[in-house]
Design a protein around this ligand. Structure first.
Ligand code: GDP
Length: 353
């Protein structure tokens, strides 16, 4: 599943938010590592379409897509130089698909701010610098090795050139992701797992009564406003109570839901469904994925053995009452290898094993 690392300076509300987001999901027990590492939490991707599909197919189980949140504590000024949790922090963050930075906007004077005042832009700069320094350290280690490789083969030459180009960009305080690297260049440095190659998502942890405050752009993005305090309160409630509480507060979508939807958008992800008597299930794929690639998310063998897919759009499936209704109305399509799967498609793959 999609993995998102949560970073931020101390006392910005990371742990509060992480705890609220990953609490009581009912999923944790299915994932053995959830008990091994308290800093990793698995949460279901909220998607009301699953319940609609379940009304039609009455499956034995509903299985949502999941997102893994990793609470990456210990990022402080100097982390890349081994301050705080330093290296453990860096190891955790390398595994993730995206980095979500919690930025303090709440003003509570009872909660000390590490740099003594609420200054979101300065906090963002501090974290950015640490991530850049960490990548520079990675490259400083890798470049001598790449120089040896470059003497042996041509691929090595290209890798070395790319690494040096990225290093120069980092020195100018640009994140690697913003250097406009070509696909070949990205591939050449992929195994270095540079932190600044990961897409960044920003959460503004705002005062609970300022959910609708106007937020300044960070890195060209409007941060996602979330109140860690409200999320913590919501996580204590039963679903129907939580819905009422949200209505009182005038919140349409929970912070978790907004955050995950933003992450999907940022990473270019979408969902398709499989549905039948056994289970109704959501699967996460990149936008633009063709049918065989979409099938490979279910099982890697499905991509090789792919023959065809029977598919209907979510709207048709719900409107026509499921697969039979779609077939009778001529809305169940036979699609081949080149079919680009659409968000919400109900897919039924045929394959050779
Ligand atoms: P972390 O160091 O970033 O993980 O921050 P914590 O989640 O441990 O929060 C630090 C302190 O700030 C705790 O005392 C929290 O209760 C408090 N806090 C976190 N989020 C909010 C918030 O949205 N509003 C207020 N008033 N306090 C918060």
């Amino acid at each position: 599943s999609l993995s998102i690392g949560i970073v931020g300076l101390p006392n910005v509300g990371k742990s509060s938010l992480f705890t609220a987001l990953t609490k009581k999901t009912g999923l944790a027990a299915n994932y053995p590592f959830a008990t091994i590492d308290p800093n990793v939490g698995m949460v279901p991707v909220p998607d009301t379409r699953l319940e609609e599909l379940a009304k039609i197919d009455h499956p034995a189980k509903i299985i949502p897509a999941t997102v893994e949140f990793v609470d990456i504590a210990g990022l402080v000024a100097g982390a890349s130089q081994g301050e705080g949790l330093g290296n453990k922090f860096l190891a955790n963050i390398r595994e993730t698909d995206a980095i979500c930075e919690v930025v303090r906007f709440f003003s509570d004077p009872n909660v000390e701010h590490v740099s003594k005042k609420v200054d979101p832009q300065s906090d963002v700069d501090t974290i950015k610098t640490e991530l850049i320094l960490a990548d520079m350290a990675t490259l400083e280690k890798a470049i001598p090795r790449l120089e040896k490789e470059a003497k042996r083969d041509k691929d090595g030459v290209f890798k070395l050139e790319t690494a040096k180009k990225v290093y120069a960009g980092l020195e100018e305080e640009h994140r690697a992701l913003t250097l406009g690297l070509s696909d070949d260049e990205k591939a050449a440095i992929k195994d270095l797992c540079l932190l600044t190659m990961k897409p960044m998502l920003y959460i503004a942890n705002v005062d609970e009564d300022k959910m609708d405050m106007e937020l300044p752009e960070i890195d060209g993005q409007i941060p996602v406003p979330i109140s860690a305090k409200i999320e913590a309160d919501l996580s204590e409630l039963e679903p129907d109570e939580a819905a009422m509480f949200m209505e009182e507060l005038g919140i349409k979508e929970s912070g978790l839901s907004r955050l995950i939807h933003e992450a999907y958008r940022l990473l270019g992800l979408q969902s398709y469904f499989t549905s039948g008597p056994d289970e109704t299930r959501a699967w996460t794929i990149p936008v633009g994925a063709k049918a065989p690639q979409a099938a490979s998310v279910i099982h890697t063998d499905f991509e090789r053995g792919f023959i065809k897919a029977e598919t209907a759009s979510y709207e048709d499936y719900v409107r026509l009452g499921g697969e039979k209704g779609c077939r009778d109305a001529g809305r169940l399509r036979q699609e081949g290898k080149e079919y680009v799967v659409q968000d919400g498609d109900i897919m039924h793959f045929k394959f050779n094993v």
